[in-house]
Write a protein that binds this ligand. Structure first.
Ligand SMILES: Cc1ncc(COP(=O)(O)O)c(C=O)c1O
Ligand SMILES: N[C@@H](CCOP(=O)(O)O)C(=O)O
Length: 468
């Protein structure tokens, strides 16, 4: 499978190059040149365990010999604490698919455990080294760090918005003291961090000189690995209910997770509706309800990992929406850059996209859902998951069961849980990092400062990672 850019400004590249490239060299995002159609495989896939299903889905996209791919997949999911990897549970009127049983208690582990092994594999095959640059609003950072900590020939630089991730998330990242890990606490928002990231990746000479790689969902491998659990969740719920199609509700910020669901639907999974749920940073909910995508101020909310305005993966959606025409994507992205907004017309039935429904979960709704699901169903949802549940409740349909993605463990957000229920949410994994020593570099929200830090600390060609 070859990969092309949403902006059409580069020749197609193979899978390994696409993974190591991260952002396309023309500033666009990479996508497979064709989406495989899998309707005739659904029955055969239905009985597979998580790792076997992941292998079948990913081998359609990844040009890696089967034995090697299978080994990486097995290693990635063996570390999950639940043998099902993504268990799906009936809770009240809904189904909840728990994606937080990996090492850092968030859905990011599902893809980043795999990406860590994939990077290592590609470097073994090709030689060389990699300096990873990432931006996080809280969860990608620790999942990426845990995916590559101590790995030979890899260094990782993660920018997070200082004081705007939960204290637990911050300690998860900064308590990792391996010599190949650098946490940069940036004085700004996640959007500032992501802007710096894209701008640095857009400088192809700098990127090549420092062998920069991406762990954010700009990296196609992230999205690819996330497609798997849509199949897994749909199969489990269709098996249990006899339904022929399902809905998914996805708490959304950077649009990576729900994009994976959209691609699963394009592959032929019977997805009846994708419910996009945002917090008060509702630029995407506005788009899918009114057709208007307009940048605003970032608000701090109870679900900080979704405190995002400019959603990176939206560009991939625009590519499909524009009939896979890179000229149209370039025009839309340029209009957004110049004016801070774009708008599209609804279809004849008044919908922006018939596959998507959307809504916004306020602070009050988030707290009310956490409290109500605890009291009525003995289920403790984290605030991001609660936003997804709260919005999902408006879109339930008896013909198509609703699967809500539980994207993080509640113990990552103890303040919100305490406010909603009075409980102290805990997890042994987190207790360990709460009192540990930490290491962080403070940084202004300034691209030049980040570049200078990378230039000083990146692995140079032929050098080795020293791990503590
Ligand atoms: C816990 C949690 N839920 C939801 C999201 C939103 O996912 P996405 O950015 O892929 O839309 C994030 C951040 O990515 C997150 O960390
Ligand atoms: N919520 C994310 C933001 C980055 O998203 P990504 O999917 O592009 O890595 C986070 O937790 O960092």
């Amino acid at each position: 499978m070859n990969y092309l850019s949403t902006r059409g400004g580069m020749a197609p590249v193979g899978f390994g190059d696409a993974v190591l490239m991260g952002l396309a060299s023309d500033g666009g995002l990479l996508l497979p040149e064709a989406i495989p159609e899998v309707r005739d495989r659904l029955e055969a896939w239905r009985g597979l365990d998580y790792a076997s299903l992941a292998f079948e889905v990913m081998r359609l996209f990844a040009d890696v010999p089967d034995d090697d791919l299978r080994r990486m997949v097995d290693r990635s999911y063996a570390v999950f604490r639940d043998p099902e990897v993504a268990p799906v549970k009936p809770v009240g009127p809904l189904w909840i698919m728990e994606l937080f049983h990996g090492p850092t208690l968030a859905f990011k582990d599902v893809a980043l455990q795999f990406l860590g092994h994939l990077f290592e594999y590609l470097l073994e095959q090709r030689g060389g080294r990699l300096n990873i640059l990432g931006a996080t609003s809280g969860d990608t950072g620790s999942a990426a760090i845990y995916g590559v900590r101590g790995k030979k020939d890899i260094r990782i630089f993660i920018m997070h918005p200082r004081g705007r991730v939960s204290p637990v998330q911050e300690r998860q990242m900064t308590s990792v003291l391996d010599g190949n890990v650098f946490n940069l606490a940036v004085e700004g928002s996640f959007d500032d961090c992501q802007h710096i990231l894209k701008s640095i990746f857009g400088d192809v000479e700098f990127k090549q000189r420092h062998a920069l790689g991406a762990v954010n969902s700009v990296n196609w491998a992230r999205v690819m690995a996330q497609i798997v659990y849509y199949f897994y969740g749909a199969f489990r719920v269709m098996d249990s209910t006899g339904a022929g199609r399902v809905r998914f509700s996805v708490p959304t910020g950077n649009f990576g997770d729900i994009l994976a669901g959209y691609l699963a639907w394009k592959m032929g999974l019977p997805v009846d509706r994708l419910v996009l749920a945002t917090n008060e940073n509702d630029i995407l909910a506005q788009f899918f309800t009114r057709g208007v995508y307009r940048r605003g101020e970032v608000h701090a909310t109870l679900s900080p990992s979704m405190d995002i305005q400019v959603a990176s993966n939206f560009e991939r959606y625009l590519y499909y929406r524009s009939g896979e025409d890179p000229r149209k994507v370039r025009h839309l992205m340029e209009t957004f850059r110049r004016t801070g907004g774009i708008s599209v017309a609804a279809d004849a039935s008044g919908r922006i996209d018939p596959v998507f429904a959307a809504g916004r979960g306020s602070r009050e709704l988030t707290l009310a859902v956490i409290r109500r699901y605890r009291e009525d169903y003995d289920y403790l949802a984290d605030p991001h998951t609660a936003v997804g549940i709260g919005v999902a409740e408006d879109f339930c349909d008896p013909e198509a069961p609703m699967i809500c993605l539980a994207t993080a463990h509640p113990a990552k957000f103890p303040d919100a849980i305490r406010e909603a229920t009075g409980e102290e949410a805990q997890h042994a994994i987190l207790d360990r990092c709460l009192n540990a020593e930490t290491r962080t570099e403070r940084m202004p929200a300034d691209e030049q400062a980040v570049r200078a830090f990378i230039a000083d600390h990146a692995l140079e060609a032929g050098s080795e990672t020293e791990s503590e």
